[in-house]
Design a protein around this ligand. Structure first.
Ligand code: GRF
Length: 201
């Protein structure tokens, strides 16, 4: 069965290396149609423009979370997005927004969830002297970094690692894992059902 390519919007706040990687990995299952940043001048915007992808900046300052999320939602619907991908998007989304995109909204987090939700992950992993960390791609649910996992990969933590060196190694794995997970969702091989990531052939 040949499904039409899913229309994907990517939300960013920064340099956009995952966005670039998802652009490079596009196949018949998905097409990136829009990149949205809440930060003007985010490096990822230039990357999207260089690839001929439409970009929008929606600043968040001076707005309530709900007002910001309504603007975001309107931009995504105007672009007829099927799937919304968070890639270094540093805003917490309201419950209403998340529910509206349930099953079609995914995030990448640089830890082996449910371990190390939230920010400053690599600092905390090193401080706890962990020997293994990793990457998780998950469906987004209202609770932060708590959604069902679609794909995970481990990364060894070296005794000499700094947060920066660990982040670099984890990022390489993010770049492998995110397109794979997005392709599973775009090809309808994984779905969010009854709060679980359910896989089919
Ligand atoms: C990545 O490490 C991602 O896991 C985290 O933010 C970083 C974004 O990097 N959520 P980039 O903007 O994709 O380069």
């Amino acid at each position: 069965m040949n499904l039409p390519a899913k229309r994907v919007a990517v939300l960013i706040s920064g340099r956009g290396s995952n966005l670039q990687n998802l652009i490079d990995a596009q196949d018949l299952s998905y097409r990136i149609v829009l990149a949205i940043s809440n930060v003007e001048g985010a490096g990822g915007l230039d990357k999207a423009q260089a690839a001929g992808i439409a970009t929008t900046v929606i600043p968040h300052s001076g707005k309530t979370r709900e007002a910001f999320d309504d603007e975001l939602d309107a931009a995504l619907r105007a672009a007829h997005a099927d799937i919304v991908v968070l890639a270094g998007f540093m805003r917490i989304l309201s419950d209403g927004f998340v529910r509206g995109w349930e099953g079609r909204l995914i995030n990448i987090h640089p830890s082996l969830l449910p371990a190390y939700r939230g920010t400053r992950v690599h600092e905390r992993v090193i401080a706890a002297k962990e020997s293994v960390s990793g990457v998780s791609v998950h469906f987004v649910v209202p609770e932060l970094d708590a959604g069902p996992v679609i794909a995970q990969a481990s990364v060894l933590v070296h005794p000499s690692d700094t947060p920066a060196s660990l982040a670099d190694r984890v990022l390489e794995v993010e770049h492998k894992l995110y397109p794979e997970a997005l392709k599973l969702l775009a090809a309808e091989k994984v779905k969010l059902e009854k709060g679980l990531a359910v896989f089919s052939g």
